[in-house]
Design a protein around this ligand. Structure first.
Ligand SMILES: [Mg+2]
Length: 341
């Protein structure tokens, strides 16, 4: 079993080696790191012109991931992505990262190495810096609890509550892919080349930082959040925050070509994955309908973004899905840790 000292050294080595790309500044200067890993606390000198965004998210073995199909390198990357996605959802840039890592002690050195490599690789890809954390033995399994500090210029922070009646509702890309990927992994098909785009969506999701920044800096998004628990639940949160409702057209939900085929194989309604499957990590945002062309033009310059308009905000509370002439309420029909088993 690894000693805690060696584990911390392995993390610190990677944190120092990761060459953080200089962030495309969210603020004139950005906070400065005065002390990183190696003391009791990390020390930052905040940039008075920037707002600090704080978020934390935990991945637990058996709840969020299954080690029998999740490669450690991609698990490390995913722990970063799901947190950075929350910073993206505010229109900010991720800057500093804290990692609390629980290991059972049964992991091989190679497994640990790959996990940490994936983690630090993803931190560096986002131009952020790993500045501290904790290590703990957890007999129940692997756990990664990550905290990210992001920054944004004050007028660009985008809340969930800013939606207006009549706004177009957008998603940043295809829905349900991760839910389909998870089901395929469960069936032992995660390595099948034919299903890679779906398996990848579950194993190695990408946070839409560039899209979030672009929307926020051009003030195109009135309300924004990221999709982690499924459209039905997350859109209900966005509506509740603004005291509004939403009308979504089933025909407009982007699912791509593979999803219906996987749904066929798994005997699932693809619409269920698209509305209730969690872990999409696409941005969900609303914008004035007169800005529809601007949103599409803007997104063309961003490789990983394929925004689609899926409906509009209404004054009647609730989330309504229109499908073949029928209208039904789907609010909060997504993933719930304490309800879903
Ligand atoms: Mg979120």
């Amino acid at each position: 079993m690894v000693s805690e000292r060696d584990l911390i050294a392995a993390i610190a080595r990677r944190a120092a080696a990761a060459k953080a790309a200089p962030p495309a500044t969210a603020s004139p200067r950005g906070s400065q790191l005065l002390q990183g890993i190696g003391d009791d606390c990390a020390v930052l000198r905040p940039d008075p012109a920037a707002l600090t965004l704080l978020t934390t998210d935990t991945l637990v073995e058996g709840v969020h991931f299954d080690l029998s199909w999740h490669p450690p390198h991609l698990l490390g990357r995913k722990a970063v992505a799901v947190n950075v996605s929350d910073i993206a959802a505010m229109g900010g840039l991720p800057r500093f990262v804290l990692l609390s890592l629980g290991l059972s002690g049964r992991e091989s050195e190679e497994w640990r190495s790959r996990l940490l490599d994936g983690f630090t690789e993803a931190v560096a890809e986002h131009g952020a810096t790993l500045i501290g954390g904790d290590t703990v033995r957890n007999p129940a399994g692997v756990m990664l609890s990550v905290t990210v500090l992001g920054e944004a210029a004050p007028p660009e922070v985008c809340l969930r509550s800013g939606g207006r009646v009549g706004d177009s509702i957008w998603v940043g890309g295809e829905l349900g892919l991760a839910a389909a990927g998870l089901e395929l992994c469960r069936r032992g098909l995660g390595d099948d080349p034919a299903w890679q785009p779906l398996a990848r969506a579950h194993l190695d999701p990408r946070a839409q930082v560039e899209l979030g920044r672009a929307l926020a800096s051009r003030r195109l998004a009135h309300a924004m959040m990221d999709l982690s628990d499924g459209l039905a639940t997350d859109l209900a949160h966005l509506c509740a925050a603004g005291g509004l409702g939403a009308e979504v057209e089933a025909d407009l939900l982007p699912m791509g070509e593979l999803l219906p085929r996987a749904a066929d194989l798994c005997r699932v309604d693809p619409l269920t994955w698209a509305t209730s499957g969690g872990e999409d990590y696409q941005l969900l945002f609303t914008s004035s309908p007169e800005n529809d062309p601007a949103v599409l033009t803007l997104a063309q310059a961003i490789a990983a973004a394929r925004p689609r308009r899926i409906g509009r905000l209404i004054s009647e509370p609730g989330v309504f899905l229109n499908q073949e002439g029928h209208r039904r309420e789907i609010g909060f029909g997504g993933y719930d840790h304490f309800r879903t088993t």
